[in-house]
Design a binder for this molecule. Structure first.
Ligand code: 2AL
Length: 164
């Protein structure tokens, strides 16, 4: 999809072209509603501003589409393929790392009641593990802020890649 096409296609097709970015249909619909965009920069800026209203409810809803770090995505959809690619560095045969992530994930879920979310792209498995351990020391409010920011990062990264 390029920007010209995105501006011109039906609302349903436009929405379909970006729905893999995050499992929040209202966000995608609002982004489509604000067409046409004069530039990709304008589209990305508006997309970012629309993420600023996200709250804990949105995070819960969006997390349903994100597999745990180190685990395979369920299903065969576009989102599952994206997650596998983003997490390529931790789906390796490094058993100690995989085990440490599994233990970290379990501790995180015990503490915060939700799946640990991090933008995996651009981070090594060790860096992800270090972040997981650091964030385990957050209080609930701070962690909610960080997780939401990670969700924004993943979403906007996916959106940029959609138009590349
Ligand atoms: C993910 C995912 O699916 N992609 C990514 O960057 N991080 N999942 C996660 N639990 O953090």
């Amino acid at each position: 999809m390029n920007l010209t096409q995105f501006n011109l296609v039906s609302a349903a097709d436009a929405q379909h072209s970006i729905e893999h970015c995050v499992a929040l249909p209202d966000w995608a619909a609002a982004l489509v509603d604000a067409r046409p965009y004069a530039s990709l920069a304008a589209l990305l800026a508006h997309a970012e501003s629309l993420t600023q209203t996200w709250d804990s409810l949105a995070l819960t809803q969006a997390l349903s589409a994100h597999p745990r770090i180190g685990e395979r995505a369920a299903g065969s959809g576009k989102e599952a393929a994206l997650s596998s690619r983003e997490q390529g560095q931790v789906n390796s045969a490094d058993l100690p790392l995989a085990q440490a992530l599994q233990e970290g994930n379990a501790a995180y879920e015990q503490r915060f009641g939700q799946v640990f979310l991090i933008r995996a792209k651009g981070r090594s498995g060790e860096q992800i593990l270090a972040e997981l351990h650091r964030r385990l020391n957050n209080d609930a409010q701070q962690e909610q802020r960080e997780a939401l920011q990670q969700l924004r990062d993943i979403t906007l990264l996916r959106l940029e890649e959609t138009f590349r």
